[in-house]
Design a binder for this molecule. Structure first.
Ligand code: 13P
Length: 248
């Protein structure tokens, strides 16, 4: 039985004060969250502070990205072993904002997945189609291509060490959520594709949904057979919008 994971992706938001408040409020509400794994992914610079505040709690810390290299002359990058050392358990890789705004390719994402995995982090591999790709009926082709980049580099077994997040790009930050049926169809496709290569990995891997998930729609999305949790953007920025999703 797969556990439910709800992870907050704070993106480029927060300040020292607002993050302290958010983490304090989260900790206060966590006693009501049972049977759900919870994680938060702050901007890099706040990771040590958040990790220290969450030490010994049930809330894990993740990064929003990591370098594909371990060390060396790579100005501005942060390496996976550094993130691990500073308290991260998870690392988001291949978020659509990294792909579309910063031009990261499937190959870049696969290399980052490999680096996170090598450092002992649990990579959260984001996949998902653009609106235009959905309208052209190529959602499954796009998601398959994004998954294959990791499978070809690391082998299907590598997916057992990670989490997959299906985030339809047209649903991110738009208030437009995929219907539970739309999301379930892609989640089932992803699990089926993995299952054709390795049934054990497919049965084990958590597949999260992301894209305008909130307290109002979380329960019906999470009720779907292949939706094992959520990757939450906007609604993860305050405890009173994030905790109800964790409880759902
Ligand atoms: P929103 O929940 O703001 O749509 O963002 C989703 C997301 O991109 C999480 O990684």
């Amino acid at each position: 039985m797969r556990k439910t994971l709800v992870a907050g992706n704070w993106k480029l938001n927060g300040s020292k004060d607002s993050i302290k408040t958010l983490v304090t409020d989260l900790l206060a509400g966590m006693s009501e969250v049972t049977d759900t794994q919870v994680a938060v992914c702050p901007p890099y610079i706040y990771i040590p502070m958040v990790a220290e505040m969450l030490e010994g709690s049930a809330v894990a810390v993740g990064s929003q990205d990591n370098a594909d290299q371990e060390s060396g002359a790579f100005t501005g990058e942060v390496a996976a072993p550094m993130l691990k050392e500073m308290g991260c358990t998870y690392a988001i890789v291949g978020h659509s904002e990294r792909r579309s705004i910063y031009g990261e390719t499937d190959a870049d994402t696969a290399n980052k997945y490999a680096a996170a995995r090598k450092a002992g982090l649990t990579p959260i591999l984001c996949v998902g189609e653009l609106l235009e790709e959905r309208e052209n009926g190529i959602t499954e082709d796009v998601v398959a291509r994004q998954l294959d980049a990791v499978i070809d580099l690391e082998g299907v077994e590598a997916l057992a060490d990670g989490v997959i997040a299906y985030e339809p790009v047209w649903a991110i930050g738009t208030g437009k959520t995929a219907s539970p049926e739309q999301a379930q169809a892609v989640h089932a496709f992803i699990r089926g594709k993995i299952s054709a290569l390795n049934e054990d990995v497919a049965a084990k891997v958590q597949i999260l949904y992301g894209g305008s998930m909130n307290a109002g729609n979380a329960a019906e999305l999470l009720a779907m057979e292949d939706i094992d949790g959520g990757l939450i953007g906007g609604a993860s920025l305050a405890a009173d919008t994030f905790l109800p999703i964790c409880k759902a």
